[in-house]
Design a protein around this ligand. Structure first.
Ligand SMILES: C[S@@+](CC[C@H](N)C(=O)[O-])C[C@H]1O[C@@H](n2cnc3c(N)ncnc32)[C@H](O)[C@@H]1O
Length: 468
């Protein structure tokens, strides 16, 4: 099996893969991009999943080429990149087992092209003959005419293979394309059965979930707007303004999207802002705000509050501003380090703080499948250390009786319940006040949700109340 790429550094970790900036190649130095979508996908995958160096983020790579592509080509490039990242280990494993002689490391482009072909054959509805015929030409375009026959033979063989039967006989970590360290950690944290369910849920694309803006009507009225726009949906069961669309659509097909009537946000990710409790005209801090999903939700829930949106990534704060502008909402947007409040805090206590901390993002692998190959076990102590420093630094900023909601899109106890338990042990004036929600699994503090096929992401939150 080829080597999987090394992980991103937690120093730059967002809730996404947060690639190490040293691993990013500046856009200006990149050669002209191919126009053929399959060729372009192979080039991008070479940057996202390089054999032996730091890969770049999938979303960032796609974002760079999106504008120059027709909608159909954009869809194909995106599907190939997401699909190969999602099923990388399974595809790679089958390829190695199907070849008499291993591919040389220098044939990385050919390998990635073959992985794209396997993905298309097994996980898309595209006609098999069209897929098989596309790849010999692609091999020639990749200056590997020697691989044209190989591609033809391998993809024909794959077309005769029942991949579900193959998967059933493989270890879960290969069948569901997880790195071993993460599979082992899930088993240790949640037991084998729960870990298997999480692994399966994490390779199924996430549904499109919306958050309705309560300033534009109650949940029934918002559901009516979706109905009128011909968008079949059902309401969430956890968050009061969550709607699952039966089929994903482009955001501009969502009624009133540009006017802030709806936002795209996972249902579990809607919970932390719902648990914020503060006076209508209170002072709120969103301490890790970018790109502003939860800032917008806080502005919808507390339109009369003083809301401060902080993030240490000044570039990403532009996305907070544009999110707020789309919603027609106001907040003070600050660039600053949550661990060093003395640099940006004016000394006036907050009624409530939302800390949506940088984390391993192991709850959103179905949305960001490159994270599986960019993250590694050794990142966890660094991430947990940063989260603890953030909790300790922000706690003194809360008024007596106020609260802090700690949230991550992680499925790992170390970043979640164990993190919060340790915080509660350090801070004598803090108590766990998460009682109004219960997650999917019992945890020692806060509430934990695990990723659910067709449902919410993996997510954790704890509402921490300061003594009066
Ligand atoms: C999970 S994301 C936040 C997502 C956001 N709350 C939302 O709902 O759209 C974590 C954020 O923490 C930011 N961050 C990381 N380290 C930070 C620090 N020391 N101080 C402030 N923000 C930080 C990252 O830039 C990233 O935007």
């Amino acid at each position: 099996m080829s080597r999987h790429p090394r992980s991103a550094s937690p120093r730059t970790a967002r809730h996404a893969s947060g690639p190490r900036s040293a691993g990013r190649r500046p856009a200006a130095r990149r050669p002209t991009r191919p126009t053929d979508p399959r060729h372009l996908a192979v080039v991008l995958l070479g940057e996202i999943l390089p054999a032996d160096e730091q890969g770049r983020s999938l979303r960032e790579a796609l974002g760079e080429v999106r504008d120059g592509l027709s909608p159909a080509d954009r869809g194909l490039v995106s599907d190939l990149c997401f699909g190969v990242c999602r099923h990388y280990r399974l595809l790679d494993h089958w390829l190695d087992s199907a070849m008499d002689k291993p591919l040389k490391p220098s044939a990385r482009g050919v390998r990635l092209a073959l992985l794209c072909g396997l993905y298309e054959l097994w996980f898309t509805e595209r006609p098999a003959h069209a897929v098989v015929n596309a790849y010999p030409d692609l091999c020639r375009t990749l200056n590997a005419p020697w691989a044209a026959g190989l591609s033809n033979a391998l993809l024909r063989k794959a077309g005769r293979t029942e991949i579900d039967e193959v998967r059933a006989a493989l270890p879960v970590a290969i069948a569901c394309s997880l790195p071993d360290w993460l599979w082992q950690q899930w088993c240790a944290d949640w037991g084998d059965d729960q870990a298997t369910a999480m692994a399966r849920a994490s390779i199924v694309p996430a549904p499109m979930t919306l958050r309705g803006n309560r300033l534009h009507g109650d949940a029934a009225a918002l559901a009516q707007r979706l109905e009128a726009a011909g968008l079949p949906h059902h309401a969430g069961s956890l968050a009061p303004y969550a709607f699952y669309l039966d089929e994903a659509v482009p955001v501009n097909a969502v009624p009133g999207f540009n006017d802030g009537v709806f936002s795209v946000q996972d249902e579990a990710a809607q919970l932390p802002a719902e648990l914020i409790d503060a006076p209508d005209d209170g002072r709120l801090l969103d301490a890790c705000a970018a790109p502003g999903g939860k800032t917008g939700q806080l502005a919808e829930r507390f339109p009369g509050a003083t809301l401060i949106a902080l993030d240490n990534d000044a570039a990403r704060l532009d996305r907070v501003r544009s999110n707020l502008a789309r919603l027609g909402a106001n907040a003070t947007v600050l660039a600053g380090d949550a661990v060093v409040p003395s640099a940006w805090w004016d000394g006036t206590p907050f009624d409530a703080i939302l800390l949506d901390a940088p984390c391993s993002a192991t709850g959103i692998l179905r949305r960001q499948p490159d994270v599986k190959w960019h993250r590694r076990a050794t990142d966890l102590p660094t991430l947990a250390g940063l989260q603890a420093r953030m909790l300790d630094a922000l706690w003194p900023l809360i008024r007596p009786g106020g609260l802090l909601v700690y949230a991550t899109c992680s499925t790992l106890t170390q970043e979640n319940a164990a993190q919060v338990s340790a915080f509660l042990a350090r801070q004598g004036d803090a108590r766990d006040d998460t009682a109004q929600v219960s997650g999917d699994v019992a945890v020692q503090a806060g509430a934990q949700w695990l990723p659910r096929e067709g449902g919410h992401d993996g997510f954790y939150l704890a509402r921490l109340r300061k003594a009066d």
